[in-house]
Design a protein around this ligand. Structure first.
Ligand code: ZN
Ligand code: ZN
Length: 503
């Protein structure tokens, strides 16, 4: 039987893949991510670049950083974060006598972050030791990224040979079997996992060799049927070569990424890494959300746009990422979708569309074509369980976003009706739990869904701590956890048994 065979086969191939010879690192296969750090149109050959900072000189207090964006971040934190010792003192006095805790001004000499109002309060705070080491690591990572060294961890491999199986057990075997440069340090792992977490979280969840399986109880029997439907489009018949030619006649796979923010500003060549896991699939990625990045205006209009600020603080709701690069074939899609939008046909296998809109406002354009065999939804840290900044209930209390008419309230029922799988990530165990709990408080969601992937850690989350400007003690990891649901139905099961007859 098709379904029961998949996990067993994946285990077999996983262990076999470990003994595969490592692919030679052909420099021509690699693309460099210059757009991250360099403004030059023409890439400088890596060997020519002279590092500004050497590896033993990566630690600098924020205010003394050689890089303006790091100094600007330090200043932003000084505006936003309250001193934890002052804040603690205030909990012991009556609310009406409370003054606001003083902001952080003093930079800890060990981690370089502004952490307390004064040296005195820094000395008084034994709690800081819990955070200091991670903050130091983050400080050095920020300086390393800008150091000007050759960032080999950002050199991405080209297409996969079709006989070379990819393992999705964890980042290490994934990088190894995909032919990445070896990640020699924890710092390289943090940089690379942060860059790749969005495309590889999607790819590893959807792939037939996913490590979310029935065996480890992350995949449910219902989910197994849903994913088998999707995988029948993503892959080829067992035994057939998975090549570009095999894409002919197959429908596009549409990945709808809702509430997109940072992921919508990733360069397309990073998203191309997703398509390289599925050589016989043509992907159309849709980034849809009010904070989606749109391409920079054409050159002659740049002068009239506002000057980009050095650093945007990451308060509660992260800000909309900066405009993205305009590629040769980028075209505006305003006429087609009726909202600010663009489309880039990037490679024959990858088309990207970005739409700056609430999904509820554009759903009607997709509603009648959504198909669980070829369409899937992803929501990266959607904050279902966070309070809505705009909508309140009859008692004046903020609604949770999953039940709020201005956020996810109308969206989830639309997605459930499509019967397509809906994948959701969270940035910590607490965040995942908060979102899951909120499911039961949303009237048209509670009782209307089945589990596809049970909640738990995501092997392809970012390994870098993201630190909140409003309180450097708050640290999370992008895509730490993953789960998935779909609308209740037997449709997919019936169709998949039909599919088996003809397959
Ligand atoms: Zn203080
Ligand atoms: Zn410190």
């Amino acid at each position: 039987m098709l379904l029961s065979r998949l996990p067993a086969r994946s285990v077999l191939l996983r262990s076999a893949s470990l003994s595969l010879p490592r692919k030679p690192n052909n420099a021509n296969q690699h693309r460099l991510i210059f757009s991250f750090l360099r403004k030059n149109k023409k890439p400088i050959a890596p060997t020519e670049a002279v590092p500004i900072l050497t590896e033993d000189n990566l630690f600098h207090p924020f205010s003394g950083s050689p890089f303006p964006p790091v100094r600007a971040r330090g200043e932003a934190i000084q505006q936003l974060a309250p001193c934890p010792v002052c804040a603690g003192e205030h909990t012991h006095v009556h609310a009406h006598t409370q003054a606001r805790p003083r902001a952080v001004k003093f930079e800890c000499p060990d981690c370089g972050w502004p952490t307390h109002c004064s040296e005195e309060h820094w000395k008084e705070d034994p709690e800081h030791q819990k955070y200091c080491q991670r903050l130091r690591e983050a400080n050095e990572d920020e300086h390393d990224l800008r150091s000007g060294r050759r960032l080999r961890e950002f050199e991405l491999p080209g297409p996969q040979g079709y006989e070379e199986a990819i393992s999705f057990a964890n980042w290490d075997v994934f990088w190894y079997t995909r032919g990445f440069n070896s990640m020699d340090t924890e710092r390289s792992r943090r940089h690379a996992s942060k860059l790749l977490t969005y495309p590889i979280t999607i790819g590893s969840a959807l792939h037939q060799y996913s490590n979310l399986t029935l065996n480890n109880q992350r995949l449910t029997p219902e989910g197994s049927r849903s994913l088998a439907a999707l995988r029948s489009t993503l892959h080829v018949e067992p035994g057939a070569p998975e090549t570009e030619e095999a894409a002919i006649g197959k429908p596009q796979v549409r990945v709808f990424i809702l509430g997109a923010r940072a992921e919508s500003s990733l360069p397309p060549h990073v998203w191309e890494q997703l398509t390289m896991l599925f050589p016989s699939t043509h992907f159309h990625l849709f980034f849809i959300g009010p904070q989606v990045s749109l391409p920079k205006p054409p050159k002659n209009e740049i002068e009239v746009t506002t000057k980009k600020s050095e650093y945007l603080p990451n308060v509660y709701e992260p800000p909309t990422p900066a405009p993205i690069s305009r590629f040769k074939r980028t075209r505006d899609s305003l006429q087609r979708y009726g909202v600010p939008s663009y489309t880039v046909p990037y490679t024959p296998q990858l088309t990207i569309t970005g739409m700056q809109a609430n999904y509820a406002d554009v759903h009607a354009q997709f509603q009648h074509t959504l198909d669980p065999y070829s369409d899937v939804f992803f929501m990266f840290s959607p904050g279902f369980g966070f309070p809505s900044p705009e909508s309140v209930d009859e008692n004046g209390q903020p609604l949770v976003q999953i039940a709020s008419p201005t956020e996810w309230g109308p969206v989830l029922p639309m997605l459930l009706a499509s019967k397509c799988s809906i994948f959701v990530t969270g940035f910590s165990p607490t965040d995942v739990e908060r979102d899951i709990r909120s499911l039961s408080s949303a009237p048209q969601v509670s009782g209307e869904f089945e589990w596809v992937i049970t909640p738990g850690p995501n092997s392809f989350g970012s390994e870098k701590w993201e630190i909140a400007d409003f309180d450097p003690r708050v640290m999370v990891k992008t895509n730490w956890g993953i789960w998935a649901i779909r609308g209740k139905s037997r449709d997919v099961q019936e169709r998949s048994s039909v599919f088996r007859l003809f397959g």
